[in-house]
Unconditional design. Sequence first.
Length: 110
Amino acid sequence: MSIAEGVVQLLEEQSLAQNYTRVKHVWLEIGPLAAVESEALRFCFDAVTRNTLAEGALLDIIDLPGEAWCLGCATTVPITQRYDSCVHCGSYQLQVTRGDELRIKELEVE
Ligand SMILES: [Zn+2]
């Protein structure tokens, strides 16, 4: 619930700076390490946006890939969770470089 509320709060803050009064469509980017359940967020979003400037807005969730730097291979490898091992060498010496994003990519407003 708190993530959806955070998104609405962000939309309300931005509406003051960017001078819009209604949000019609939200595109959210979410990495696999952000620990966000897309379906739960979608469900919460409808409830949380009721009686706000984003009431009835469409929500699109874009899943971003996760990436880490493998010390063993000295290369970037894909990961789907924080404590994955390297897909090439099996090492756990990975430094996460991408995947914990939770951000608004685009808005359609009026
Ligand atoms: Zn490796």
